[in-house]
Every structure is written in C-alpha cells, then in structure tokens.
Design a protein around this ligand. Structure first.
Ligand code: NDP
Ligand code: 2IT
Length: 449
C-alpha cells in the first residue's frame, strides 16, 4: 500500500476508535474495510479531499430508545431499542433487526456499517441500516414476543417508511416477529404500507424465497467460488454452523447442489451425521417446535450430539459459518485448513475473526466474506420491495433464478475489483473496494450532506 493511502486510513481508524469507544465489533468491521481501501484512495484522491471514508464511518442518524412492556407474570420489563441509519446514498436505509441479549450499540453499528457495503454490492437501490434490541426471545411466550414487538414498534414507527427506512429480520427476528411489527405499524399509522418491512408472510405482501434467500445465497456463493477454481459443491463434505434461518437454508441448498452436510450447531453444541443431516426433521425441530439440536439428535439415530465444543472440529471441505460474529477464530481456521477445507462462504455477518482471515489468506482458501456471501437475503428483500411497489407477486422459480443471478453478479463484482486493485482472488478486498466505489460515487454526486 502506498504511503498516502496508508496514512489516510490509519488516521481515519484512530479517529473512529476515539469517537466510538468500547465498540469492539464496530472497530473490527471498520478496520477490515479500511485495510482494503489504500489503493482506492491512491487512484481516487478526490475521496480524500471529500472525506468520503470519514463520512462513511459516521452514521447519518442513530436512534436509541426505551422499550417498556409487561411479561406474562405482570412484571414490568425494560429493554433498549436501536436503529442506526447508516447511509442513504443508494436508497432508503435497509437492514435487519436483531433481538439478542448481546445487542448493544457496537453490534448494531458493526452490522449497519457492513450492510452499507453489502447492499451496494447487490447492485440494488438500497442504503444501509441496522437495528434491534437486547431483548432475549428465548423462553418467552408467544404473547410476550407480541407485546415486546408492539412496544418496540410504538417508538420505531416514526423513523420508518418505504422511502425512508425499511427493516427486516436478523438473529431472533423471523416471520413471526415481522408480522407483529407490521401489525403495530399499520395500527399506529392507519396505512397498509407493504414496503415498510420485508420478510413478510407470502399471503400478506411477502416475497417467495425471502425465507430461504440468505442460506441459499451463501450456498450459491460457495458454488461460484468453487466454479472459479474449476470445481463444484458436488460430492463435497460441508459443515454449516448455527441452525437458525440462514443455516437451515444453507443446508438445504448445499444438499440440492450435491453436497453432504455433515454437521450444524447451536449455542449449546453441535450435531454430526456422517450420512448427511435430515433436513425435514431439522426444520420441524427448529422452525415448527422452536426446539434444540438435542431434540434433533434424539429423533435421528445416525446423529451424534456433542455438548459444547466447536463445530469446526468436524472435518469438511467447505464451511458455511451461519451463526454469529467471531464464531470462527484463528485456531478453528487452522483446524479447518489442516482438515482439508478449501472454501469458506460466510452466511453470518463477520463470523471469522481477523486472525482466522489471515489463516485462510495464507492457506489460499477460497473465502467469501459475509458482506458478499450473505447478500442474498437483503437482495431478495429488495426484490420484495419491488413486488410491493408494483403490487405484484412473483413465483418461487422466477425469484430464485433472480437470486442466483444476483449472487453470480456479486461474486463477479468482487473478483473484478480485487483484480483491478492489485489483489487477484482476494474477495475480501474485492467486496470492500467494489462496495466502497458504488457508495462513494453516489455520495460525491449528492454533494456535502
Ligand atoms: P437465527 O436467530 O435464525 O439463528 C441464529 C443461530 O445461530 C441459532 O442456531 C443460534 O443458536 C446460533 N447462535 C446465535 N448466537 C450464537 C452464539 N453466540 N454462539 C453460538 N451460536 C449462536 O438467526 P439468522 O439465521 O437469521 O442469523 C444468523 C447470522 O446470519 C447472523 O450473523 C445474521 O446477522 C446473519 N444474517 C442473517 C440474514 C437473514 O436474512 N436472517 C441475512 C444476512 C445475514 P441458539 O438458538 O442456541 O441461540
Ligand atoms: O444482515 C442482513 O443482510 C440481514 N439481516 C437482512 C437485511 C434485510 O433487509 O433483508
């Protein structure tokens, strides 16, 4: 990296850490992007003058609010809600809502920052944002989840709109929660504004394939990376971490593409099944019964449940981490490489630590960063917005074909940018550079705002 590029990004990073103290995940996400931008700033000195990178690191708006609700025993509960509207250069703020006890501003900002680049990479007209709450849905009744969602939306609604900010799901937020959130938005505003949330039920404005889209997209992306190396998923041993929305559909698509998915996990441990996971049972346990992997292992004789431990101990050729940030560290990456893993497609956001990334780079492992590999979810959300705007409803086949093409395009954009900016084959650099250039160009056009 040349000196001007390096000194600019170093100064920006120091400033980000100073202005956003103790937001570790946000620092990490910014660092990774900045590490890719030196050569871009060299070639586009106007962005140094316009302080494009500094502006990109500062959210346009951050909303933090109190959420008060009553649990089933009548006890008053107080949670914190967030919506970080990060960047609207390319379209309305777009990004999911996460309900998990670990949520704080640093998590929401890292996710919002990643979302800006991811959404740019899809080529669609969507800006970046993210939100959520430290509410823990685990063990909560249906009625409690509904009351929480209503209380959350009672504040959030004033910041939303189909041309302003369009949330969707993320960890802990699926079709059920989107339903309650939409109902409350409609009640407060007296508007059936379909395009204000995505991930809706198909019978009331949702897009087919949105449920499957992130996991399918991550499997398609793995397939693209392997194709670029003259091979495929056919006959490959795959491990997927997590067993939530992204993981389930990554398992399904990888299996449809000829792979055998031998393991998946949750926060309590993992299951291994050498004959391949039984998706039907897995879906019933996780989606219908909202159960645990221990329930799955009780029903499937060939499966073995391991309490605790790391799913990355299970040898595989392709890994699709789809649980949470920093779930795959340097030691796990080294084990994966040693066991013959040739490709990693990140279904989750930032699941690999910086140390893991270095291991994969050094080993020449094909690596698809989350902001590229999991972009299928938000891209299909943008397709849902299109359908809502035209009051149309597409078939599953048509929508899936669009998703597959989008994932191919995202891969191509990353590969081309990596090549052009001196890091051929490095899709981390490619994703950061291609995402940056598209947002930066729009920001320049809009002037100093
Ligand atoms: P879900 O809530 O449906 O599932 C999350 C899964 O990950 C669960 O199996 C959960 O286990 C596991 N998990 C969560 N936190 C931890 C943890 N700290 N340690 C171990 N396991 C954990 O979420 P999604 O599938 O929707 O999201 C998974 C990831 O994908 C997140 O990083 C999210 O940001 C990302 N993503 C999601 C998209 C979407 O459309 N939903 C789009 C793009 C990215 P347990 O049940 O035990 O908590
Ligand atoms: O991280 C993500 O891209 C998501 N959670 C999906 C966001 C969306 O608006 O569909």
């Amino acid at each position: 990296m040349t000196r001007t590029g390096t000194s600019t990004v170093e100064a920006v990073y120091e400033e980000v850490v100073r202005r956003n103290p103790a937001e570790r995940e946000f620092h990490q996400a910014v660092r990774e992007v900045l590490d890719s931008l030196g050569p871009v700033l060299e070639r586009h000195p106007e962005h140094a003058e316009l302080k494009t990178v500094q502006r990109l690191c500062e959210p346009e708006r951050q909303v933090v609010f109190r959420v008060v609700w009553q649990d089933d025993r009548g006890e008053v509960q107080v949670n914190r809600g967030f919506r970080v509207e990060f960047n609207s250069a390319l379209g309305p703020y777009k990004g999911g809502l996460r309900f998990h006890p670990s949520v704080y501003l640093g998590i929401v900002k890292f996710l919002g920052f990643e979302q800006v680049f991811k959404n740019a990479l899809t080529g669609m007209p969507i800006g970046g944002g993210k939100g959520g709450s430290d509410f823990d849905p685990k063990g909560r009744s249906e009625a409690e989840v509904m009351r929480f969602c209503q209380a959350f939306m009672t504040e959030l609604y004033r910041h939303l709109g189909e041309h302003t900010d369009v949330p969707a799901g993320d960890t802990g937020v699926g079709a059920r929660e989107i339903g309650y959130l939409f109902g409350q938005y409609k009640r407060i505003t007296n508007r059936y504004e379909s395009g204000v949330l995505t991930g809706k039920g198909v019978s009331w404005g949702g897009a087919r394939v949105r449920t499957e889209a992130t996991g399918y997209g991550a499997a398609f992306f793995a397939s693209e990376m392997l194709a670029a190396r003259g091979t495929s998923l056919e006959g490959r041993r795959v491990v997927v971490s997590g067993s939530g929305n992204v993981a389930l559909y990554a398992v399904q698509k990888a299996t449809q593409l000829g792979a055998t998915v031998v393991a998946c996990s949750d926060s309590g441990g993992y299951v291994v099944d050498e004959s391949g996971l039984d998706l039907e049972v897995l879906q019933r346990v996780k989606e219908v019964e909202r159960g645990r992997l221990t329930d799955y292992a009780e029903r499937v004789r060939s499966a073995r449940h391991v309490v605790g431990g790391s799913v990355w101990d299970v040898p595989c050729e392709v890994a699709i981490p789809s649980a949470t940030q920093n779930e795959l560290d340097e030691a796990a990456a080294a084990r994966l490489v040693r066991n013959g893993c040739v490709a990693v497609s990140e279904g989750a956001n930032m699941p690999s630590t910086p140390g893991a990334l270095e291991v994969f780079r050094a080993a020449g492992t094909a690596f698809g960063p989350g902001k590229a590999a999991n972009a299928g979810g938000v891209a299909t959300s943008a397709l849902e917005m299109q359908q809502n705007a035209s009051r149309d409803s597409w078939t599953f086949e048509h929508t899936e074909a669009r998703l597959e093409q989008i994932m191919k395009d995202v891969h191509a954009r990353c590969a081309e940018a990596a090549e052009e900016y001196g890091s051929p084959g490095d899709l981390v650099v490619g994703a950061n550079v291609a995402g940056f250039l598209r947002v930066a160009d729009a920001m320049r056009a809009h002037g100093l705002v």
